[in-house]
Design a binder for this molecule. Structure first.
Ligand SMILES: [Mg+2]
Length: 277
């Protein structure tokens, strides 16, 4: 009986090792081998020490329940926060760089794809889907991985310098949704808080990541002073007034999806790094 139990435990351990990510593989590797892995899986964004998952011990270390804090953020119970709690930098870093962020994003996109299959589309070219850009279509994780995963106050200078590199990677799950919409004749419409003077680099960045064929790209005009909700809902109202039907709306911030008209259905992607009200 005891032997059988040991055998089961060994199998579980082997399965866990088998499912390790590139981060976790680094634990027992000599330095030269590590460098080879670094090159093979580049770009490795941040050399965090790997842990088995992003929750557990790390989440509650120092009395800060980081997993509960993130849940509160995603459910919009925690609002108007300026920075990620300092003690949660490791937790959020592991969440973003490990499989968890991708997994959570996949759940959102799978739901969106299932929803699209239920739609009775007009086929008249008026069906549109509103996409946010940052942390929705493009990821700024390379920037945030070098800047404390949201634990440091927003720095417009350094962030805008990063945006102007035009190197933000696409979020693969959102790209899946984008391609599906194009295939069924729903037009993607980008509505972003990025400024109008970032149009050229934003277009170039999207194109470089295989994103094209959108109906329009709306950036924030100089002098606009209202909230993100006022800006985005106002732009959606204009679309609706022009006869478009917003069949879906996706963003990483609640301010992307709150405020009438929201769209026939909204989807909230995870983002525990920053809050835009
Ligand atoms: Mg965003």
């Amino acid at each position: 009986m005891a032997m059988a139990m040991v055998r089961v435990l060994l199998l579980v351990a082997m399965a866990l090792v088998g499912s390790c990510s590139a981060w976790e593989l680094k634990i027992h590797m000599p330095t030269k081998r590590l460098q080879a892995i670094d090159e093979a899986v580049a770009p490795l964004i941040h050399a965090l020490r790997p842990l088995l998952g992003s929750g557990g011990e790390l989440g509650s270390r120092g009395g800060v329940p980081c997993d509960s804090w993130v849940l509160g953020v995603e459910a919009h119970n925690v609002r108007d926060w300026k920075t990620v709690p300092a003690k949660c930098e490791g937790y959020v870093g592991h969440y973003m760089l490990g499989n968890h962020y991708r997994r959570d994003s996949k759940v959102v996109i799978d739901e969106a794809l299932a929803y699209i299959d239920t739609l009775k589309l007009s086929g008249n070219g008026k069906d549109i889907w509103v996409f946010d850009i940052d942390e929705t279509m493009l990821s700024n994780l390379p920037y945030y991985a070098k800047n404390g995963f949201g634990t440091r106050p927003y720095n417009a200078t350094s962030f805008n310098a990063y945006v102007l590199e035009g190197s933000a990677p696409v979020l693969p799950e959102t790209k899946r949704l984008y391609k599906k919409l194009l295939s069924v004749g729903v037009k993607p419409f980008f509505l972003t808080g990025r400024a109008e003077d970032q149009r050229a680099i934003t277009v170039a960045n999207l194109h470089s990541q295989g994103i094209s064929g959108w109906m329009d790209l709306k950036l924030k005009q100089p002098g606009f002073k209202g909230s993100a909700v006022a800006y985005k809902s106002g732009e959606r109202q204009k679309l609706q007034d022009a006869g478009y039907v917003i069949v879906g709306n996706i963003g990483d911030q609640w301010s992307d999806i709150l405020g009438a008209p929201e769209g026939a259905r909204t989807f909230k992607l995870p983002d525990p790094i920053y809050y835009i009200g």
